[in-house]
Write a new protein. Structure first.
Length: 722
């Protein structure tokens, strides 16, 4: 099994429970697998599929994911196919033929197909060895995602009595679990429940003040990674996406009110790394299997802890450190309370209220957030430092905040409750700057009243008063702070106030993340990532399907020099070794030569190498020169010992960056050229696939690509293409 794991998937060892599950499946037992997102569920049926004689049928409700999965399998050299409503009938019958002829090992099908009698007949003609039910909770009305189609799945059991069934889900409470077993008619199933802890995620709650600034800061930290920002309303997603775009970030909104095609396009762009940030309502996420999301932000208070766990769960599927940040304010709490008070049904309202209380308790915690989540999910959790939440990373202590709170609130009142946190802090600390003097605020009795307190500490204090409801924030672009009714009661009633603050003794940057980072060469990583993106766009697949970040990090750490060494990298199986070792090895070699480094023995120094190599560009230029000499793709490929696809992508990259090269000898005959150009223009398309679909098989990919390049060249020279 280990051998197959390495050969096909490139991995050296199993993730927890995978081996046990696979063993049971191979022994013909029915199994139910409960694992969190990123736990490695797919492998539990994909690996057995390779061992069984017949076909493995996978039922999945997420159409968008099917293609992703199938592409991923094919990239690993595993024959797989799919049948769903996105296929034309011609394409579908082709897949059916392949399945009948035993040419596929894995076939993904959408559940609604199972009700069609024609489809049932087709299934009857197959030799099915294993049935996998993905997102199995969809079968239960108790679940959050019930799909009536899933009720048809029982027929599979009847039709293929000899094939074991494996049901998989990332969300299953006790009733849902029972439902899955009963509805699917699982036979004495072996049930596997893995921990739902996500060790690579760091949970942080931040006060919701200067939120945009805080968000920008987070995005800056994760500027090389994908991020999802969740917002409460549709309108808010659009506003925030716009604000981010205006500040130079690549961000798009996503919500259920947008047109279907636009939604699909946004999703696609996100998956392909063509947009970095999606600002979304919770409508975004189902069907996003992107493994390298580095940051999930809840800009507004989520409604439930379950929702929060699910949404944050979309970060870091690849197991690499990722951040989950929630902005919390008292205002959001009141907003939600108001919405809940509008619910008419008593039961529903009570339920919503309980849920709100739970998420509020989570936000207000002074103890480990992970422990709360785990207990919420019904898992026991040791009360030790988790090393991955704001509380554990930055221990807090209680202190008497009565006096300082009185000062802050008085200052807010004296200045007219029209200013934000920075201004208040200026007045409190006695900063007689122009803004303060112009308003005469330097003459107020509160001016300089907290001169002795550090300004960061004061800001934290003000935020804390917002979080605790004594101050309320008004407006969004330039939020001002006013004293709430509760704040006034506190002032007038001379109440005591106890708050918490970070313990000063604790090292502030006791970063769990730094320990987790491996000492790989980040420059080389960047070079490799650029190559990966190039290959991925050429193949029109997401970059992570070429290699995951973990795999690139390993390359940038071990710096393999030849195929044997390359094959040892985790994530490199036989198909990827065959298809990609060459270009990646080339970049690594060039990099090492340029930096005078021999391969890594022991940890690589993380210090950045002096000379920035442009391994890829050098290679691209070489390709371009050969094309300019009049060689065909094939000849260049042969001459350079690189695949034709790579040659083509070199040239595209060169042209995309504004380069010019004579393509005359590569051009298809004029008649064809005209048709291709017309098709690109008519469809308003830059991608090859739709144009190729429209024109048919008489046109080769190369012909389409060359015409597109030529159009781009004319465009960049300023000639109108039309
Ligand atoms: P799930 O469906 O449970 O959310 P996936 O099957 O998508 O999880 O796997 C999550 C990630 O873990 C994927 O990037 C996958 O390639 C990786 N993975 C799966 N099994 C292994 C393994 N044995 N070793 C290393 N990585 C693995
Ligand atoms: Zn913790």
């Amino acid at each position: 099994m280990l051998e197959q794991l390495k050969t096909y998937f490139g991995f050296d060892r199993f993730l927890p429970l995978q081996e046990e599950i696979i063993a049971k499946v191979l022994a013909g037992r029915d199994t139910l697998v409960l694992m969190p997102t990123g736990g490695g569920k797919s492998l539990c049926y994909q690996l057995p599929a390779l061992r069984f004689k017949g076909l493995t049928l996978v039922v999945s409700p997420l159409i968008a994911l099917m293609k992703d999965q199938v592409d991923g399998l094919r990239a690993n050299g595993i024959p797989a196919g799919l049948l769903n409503s996105t296929l034309s009938s011609k394409e579908a019958s082709l897949v059916q033929d392949q399945a009948r002829q035993g040419k596929l090992k894995i076939l993904y099908v959408a559940p609604e197909r199972l009700a069609l009698s024609g489809f049932q007949r087709f299934l009857q003609s197959l030799e099915v060895s294993l049935i996998a039910i993905d997102e199995a909770h969809c079968i239960s009305e108790w679940g959050h995602d019930f799909r009536p189609d899933y009720r048809n799945l029982k027929s599979l059991r009847r039709d293929f009595p000899g094939a074991p069934v494996i049901a998989l889900t990332a969300t299953a409470t006790e009733p849902v679990r029972e439902d899955i077993v009963n509805q699917l008619g699982l036979d004495k199933p072996e049930i596997f429940i893995s921990s739902f802890n996500r060790p690579n995620l760091t949970y942080t709650i931040q006060p919701k003040t200067e939120t945009l600034g805080a968000l920008l800061h987070l995005l800056e930290k994760h500027k090389d990674g994908s991020a999802i920002v969740y917002r409460f309303s549709r309108k808010a997603t659009e506003e925030t996406a716009l604000e981010l775009s205006e500040r130079g970030f690549s961000a798009l909104p996503y919500h259920a009110g947008l047109e279907r095609d636009l939604r699909r396009e946004t999703q696609e762009k996100f998956i392909r790394d063509q947009v970095q940030i999606v600002v979304a309502t919770i409508a975004f996420g189902m069907g996003i299997d992107k493994p390298d999301v580095r940051l999930v932000v809840h800009y507004d208070l989520p409604k439930t802890v379950e929702g929060y766990y699910q949404e944050t769960g979309r970060a870091g599927r690849d197991g690499l450190p990722s951040d989950c940040v929630l902005f919390y304010s008292y205002g959001d709490r009141s907003k939600q309370e108001y919405f809940i008070s509008q619910i008419e049904d008593d039961d529903e309202r009570d339920k919503a209220h309980t849920k709100l209380e739970q998420i509020l308790a989570f936000c207000d915690l002074q103890t480990c957030r992970r422990a709360y989540l785990m207990e919420y999910l019904g898992e026991s959790w040791p009360k030790t430092d988790c090393g991955g939440c704001d509380i554990c990373l930055l221990p807090r202590e209680e202190f008497d905040a009565t006096e300082i709170a009185q000062k802050v609130l008085s200052t807010a009142i004296r200045t007219g409750e029209r200013f934000g946190v920075n201004y208040l802090v200026d007045v409190l600390r006695g900063a007689a700057n122009k803004a303060v003097r112009n308003r005469g605020h330097h003459e107020l009795p509160v001016f300089g009243i907290s001169r002795d307190v550090d300004s960061d500490e004061l800001k934290e204090m003000v935020r804390s008063l917002v979080t605790n409801g004594l101050l309320v924030q008004q407006g969004t672009s330039f939020p001002t702070l006013a004293v709430s009714a509760q704040g006034r009661r506190f002032l007038n009633g001379r109440e005591q106030l106890t708050l918490t603050r970070p313990k000063h003794a604790a090292p502030v940057h006791q970063a769990a993340t730094s320990e987790r980072e491996t000492a790989y060469d980040t420059r080389l990583f960047d070079e490799l990532a650029a190559l990966r993106l190039e290959i991925a766009s050429d193949r029109e697949v997401p970059a992570y399907q070429i290699f995951g970040n973990k795999t690139l990090q390993q390359m940038a750490f071990h710096m393999p020099r030849n195929e044997v060494e390359f094959s040892k990298i985790s994530g490199v199986g036989y198909a990827k070794l065959r298809d990609f070792s060459e270009p990646f090895l080339k970049v690594i070699t060039e990099y090492m030569e340029a930096n005078g480094q021999s391969a890594a023995v022991g940890p690589v120094p993380v210090t950045a190498p002096k000379k920035r190599v442009r391994g890829i560009s050098m290679s691209i230029r070489e390709t371009k020169d050969l094309v300019a000499q009049g060689l065909s793709f094939e000849e260049v490929a042969e001459r350079r010992g690189i695949s034709e696809t790579t040659i083509r992508s070199h040239l595209e990259r060169f042209i995309q960056e504004g380069g010019q090269v004579d393509l005359g000898h590569l051009m298809p005959p004029e008649e064809k050229r005209v048709k291709i150009e017309a098709a690109f223009k008519e469809m308003g398309e830059a991608r090859l696939t739709p144009v190729r679909d429209a024109l048919g098989d008489d046109y080769t990919w190369d012909e389409l690509a060359v015409v597109r390049m030529e159009m781009r060249q004319r465009e960049s020279q300023g000639e109108p293409v039309a």
